[in-house]
Ligand binder design. Structure first.
Ligand code: PMP
Length: 349
């Protein structure tokens, strides 16, 4: 029998949201609006070139991102989704047994990617559904190599503000890489943009994705902007050609469709506020969301609530014993969900 790493024995696989044909899928924080028009047109042109390998350095995409953010191309690493970019950053700094700090609960890939990189996860409990940055800074030891700050936080939807983020970065020693995961940046308060606030620090990398606001979750492309020396090392850890030719070109086209992205994000934010208001009116005590989803802290009722929704054709994501995450979809999908939440609230217990 092949010897398998012992650290995999206790590791649970990532659990994706369910896909149920015909249902309103509000479980995976995707865009409900379909491909951006410019992306669809560009993809149709590219089929003929797919027999060849893609540009390994993703030059056109890296240049487009550098222009988009006003930084040097050498400060950008790309990957097959921001999940792969997070893995690259871990593989850049983690030695066997290094500690990786993150708030918990947060993005479920962090503990998996940390373990696979040979690191030890250090989970710092959230406080009022938000990341406790002072406690995270206090958790740093001589073995800490990386801290994930998921902002806004998945699945609890809250974001830490500019002041808290800056104070935190001031407290963390420079040998520790701070990775601000901004997968949901486009839906959040612009004042806490980590690139604006911390982009010039020698130990800060900001991770972004094309999977959410840019509606490209199925093509897998993400990136980070970080210090040039870190990025040069991170690029070595990328699986060769992991960002496909279609993904590279779709992402370039998506960056050009900025007005449409902004329009869609504004719709999602308006819907998020409506959903939040109506859920609060039903008596739910949910935190204010800065993302494209809301968090219902239903505790023991989480599974039953999700099953109630699924039974009526709406897929939401339960975190058993904690809460339910509901992606903001199309207005009619959100209304269907709200009707189910209302039926739940008025059902005899
Ligand atoms: N970071 C966060 C906080 C996320 O919620 C997700 C997706 N759920 C990702 C990263 C990864 O997204 P992708 O790999 O599709 O870019």
């Amino acid at each position: 029998m092949v010897h398998v790493r012992s650290s995999l024995a206790g590791l649970r696989s990532y659990v994706p949201g369910r896909k149920v044909p015909g249902a309103a899928v509000l479980a995976s924080n995707e865009s409900p609006y379909g491909l951006l028009p410019g992306v669809a047109a560009r993809l149709a042109e590219l089929a003929g070139g797919l027999a060849r390998y893609p540009d390994m350095g993703a030059g056109r995409l890296v240049d487009a991102l550098a222009a988009h953010h006003g930084v040097a191309a050498g400060r950008i690493a790309v990957g097959a989704g921001s999940s792969e970019v997070c893995a690259q950053l871990l593989h850049t700094v983690v030695d066997p047994g290094s500690e990786v700090v993150f708030g918990w609960r947060s993005f479920e890939a962090y503990p998996i990617l940390t373990a696979v990189a040979g690191g030890v996860a250090v989970r710092v409990p959230l406080r009022d559904h938000a990341q406790d940055l002072p406690a995270m800074a206090a958790a740093v030891t001589g073995r800490t190599r990386l801290i994930f700050v998921c902002n806004p936080n998945n699945p609890t939807s809250t974001a830490v503000g500019a002041r808290a983020l800056r104070d935190f970065a001031d407290r963390v020693p420079e040998h520790v890489l701070i990775v601000v995961d901004e997968a949901y940046r486009e839906y959040a308060d612009p004042a806490a943009d980590a690139l604006d606030l911390l982009g010039d620090r020698p130990n800060v990398a900001v991770v972004r994705t094309f999977s959410k606001a840019y509606a490209l979750a199925g093509l897998r492309v993400g990136y980070c902007v970080g210090p040039a020396d870190v990025i040069a090392q991170a690029r070595k850890t990328q699986i060769p050609f992991s960002v496909t030719a279609l993904a590279q070109e779709a992402a370039v086209a998506a960056l050009l469709d900025r007005a449409e992205v902004a329009r869609r994000c504004a719709l999602t934010v308006a819907e998020r506020e409506r959903v939040t208001r109506e859920l609060r009116a039903l008596g739910h005590d949910l935190p204010s969301s800065q993302a494209n989803f809301v968090w219902l802290p239903l505790g023991r009722d989480s599974d039953a609530f999700a099953a109630h929704c699924l039974g009526e054709g709406v897929v939401v994501r339960a975190f058993p014993g904690e809460g339910v995450r509901v992606t903001i979809g199309l207005p009619e999908e959100n209304s269907a969900f709200l009707a189910l939440a209302e039926a739940w609230a008025s059902a005899p217990t």
